[in-house]
Design a protein around this ligand. Sequence first.
Ligand SMILES: Cc1ncc(COP(=O)(O)O)c(C=O)c1O
Length: 401
Amino acid sequence: MFLDTPSLHLDPLWDLSAAYAADPRPERLNLIIGVYRDESGASPVMPSVLAAEARLLARAPSKEYLGLSGNTGFNAAVTGLLLGEEELVARATAVQTVAGTGALRLLAELLATTGPGRTVYLGTPSYVNHLAILRAARLNVVEYPVSRDGVLDAEAVLAVARTARRGDAILLQGCCHNPTGLSMPGPLWDELAAVMAVRGVVPFVDQAYFGLGDGLEEDLAGMRRMLRVVPEAVVAVSGSKAWGLYSERTGCAIVLTEGRERGEYARGVLEVTARADYSQPPAHGALIVAEILGDPGLRAQWRAELEEMRLRLTGLREGLADALAAGPGGAAFAALREQRGMFLRLPLAPGQMDRLREEHAVYGIPSGRISLAGVPTARIQDLADSIAAVADPALIGASRA
Ligand SMILES: Cc1ncc(COP(=O)(O)O)c(C=O)c1O
């Protein structure tokens, strides 16, 4: 046997998805994974994406190898969209990546390569893959609780910034935090930026849900405020949610540096890392995004479609919060209205999430997170009733991060 068999830690999300697929109950609800769904439960292809694909098909772009930075037009367009202003763009360099995960991984490698012994601070709970990605790059990771009873603990983030060593990094989700649904308010970005700039602590920003919280510009505003103040930063961008390009693995790693030379060096590290991992990113998703962002008409259409998705999520959240508030233990659910984006984090313990699945065919994940877009509007009251049925008032909100 060439294989040792150490224990594996696979994300429970995939086991739950398999259990959902095998569940014969017709009323079952799939609220497991962060994928946008329409009223019929389908994950639709955005019309702006279809229009871009039709143009690409007509133009039949060559499938020749790309350079190691991938599609440079895509990199420039995404950098412009995310950073929004010339002064920030001028400090940035970018490479196309294999989706948001690939961007996180390449940037983690950059931090590990350029700062041996560097620590990355990770607020918990967080996106389940963050810890695995940081560890895979052999970074020291220090976890700290970033929310308490469903409320963002601003003091905890600031305390980390005040104690981190020069060169350490803090991983921050740009908006619509997965899994808590919390977005950091503008003044907290400012305060954090000021501390990090003085102490030389590096922001490692993960942008996966922009456009799905308070609006595209609003969702990016906090990060931009921070980037104006800190000298250097790294930003991982996922194209999966905002363009619905989940399986096209579309993303971008952006690095802001002091001076062009440092930027070129950082890009070199990212390219060397990519070259040894997969050589070049896949072309199709980036071509679509570049086509959309490069054409004013398509760009406006995409923004309107993104806004439509956002409004559906907001409506579902409000509807569920209203229905839960009207039921038993209603006050315990008040914080849900403050959450943003694709997810909603219920104040339920893992055992209650198990009951939700076993007794009511509602599939969320053990941390209490449900993916809102999986709920058809007509099923909101059903869902609220199921949640209320498993929510032992004595346990609601008990010692939750
Ligand atoms: C916070 C966060 N970052 C990054 C990602 C990675 O997304 P992808 O690799 O599909 O672009 C996800 C996916 O769910 C996420 O929730």
